[in-house]
Design a protein around this ligand. Structure first.
Ligand SMILES: [Zn+2]
Length: 220
């Protein structure tokens, strides 16, 4: 039985890790992003979520100048919605608001990890000195301790880019075709799951790299 014990521990650790990661991966498959489009009068609201892997090709924390520059360039690109999701000129759409940012699942880099090792047994959360520390956070930390911090990145880290847009259109009913230059800007992106909401209701579409257009005529 002694020979089995380490394997059992590994299985337990893997179980804890997958519980932590499944939650993220449910809404995060590399190559696949989500785009919501809502028509409301003259306005079109859009929201994009895309894995860091799709947008910059990595999901570890950008530490080198080159990686930071990639993130900055991506955020700037994501802040120009009509260059990514082109609409017919006849719709007369312009950008009212656009914001884009990188979101990371891992925001614990500021912890003193030596403290954590002592805390794990007695669950003395007060020692963390920060609010909102949950058992799940704790599990995540414990997982981290099994790895060298320089190489655990791809396993433990997932990042997503998030963008929100508000467009105003002179003739929104002409916004019947969306052309996804998005796939040209981001070579690692393969698919967007698109939810469109209009007076006609809500409809789900999948737009893929090989067929990067979305016909919205039925939504008007
Ligand atoms: Zn990921």
């Amino acid at each position: 039985m002694h020979r089995l014990a380490p394997a059992a521990l590994v299985l337990l650790a893997a179980g804890a890790a997958s519980a932590e990661e499944t939650r993220q991966l449910d809404a995060h498959e590399h190559g696949v992003g989500q785009l919501n489009i809502a028509f409301d009068g003259d306005q079109i609201a859009m929201e994009l979520h895309a894995p860091g892997a799709d947008i910059v090709g990595f999901e570890y924390e950008a530490k080198t100048a080159e990686d930071r520059a990639k993130v900055d360039a991506a955020v700037a690109t994501l802040a120009r919605p009509l260059d990514l999701f082109a609409l017919p000129a006849t719709a007369g759409c312009s950008v009212v608001q656009a914001s884009a940012s990188l979101e990371s699942e891992e925001d614990h880099d500021d912890h003193g990890h030596e403290d954590h090792a002592d805390d794990h047994d007695d669950h003395d959360h007060a020692k963390h000195g920060e609010e909102g520390h949950t058992d799940e956070d704790h599990a995540a930390h414990q997982k981290d301790h099994d790895h060298d911090h320089d190489d655990h990145g791809k396993e433990a880290n997932h990042t997503e880019f998030h963008a929100e847009y508000l467009l105003n259109c002179a003739v929104p009913a002409q916004a019947t075709l969306v052309t996804f230059a998005y796939f040209d800007s981001f070579p690692n992106a393969l698919e967007l799951e698109v939810q469109v909401v209009s007076d006609r209701g809500a409809t789900a579409f999948e737009v893929v790299r090989d067929a990067p257009t979305l016909d919205l005529r039925d939504m008007f």
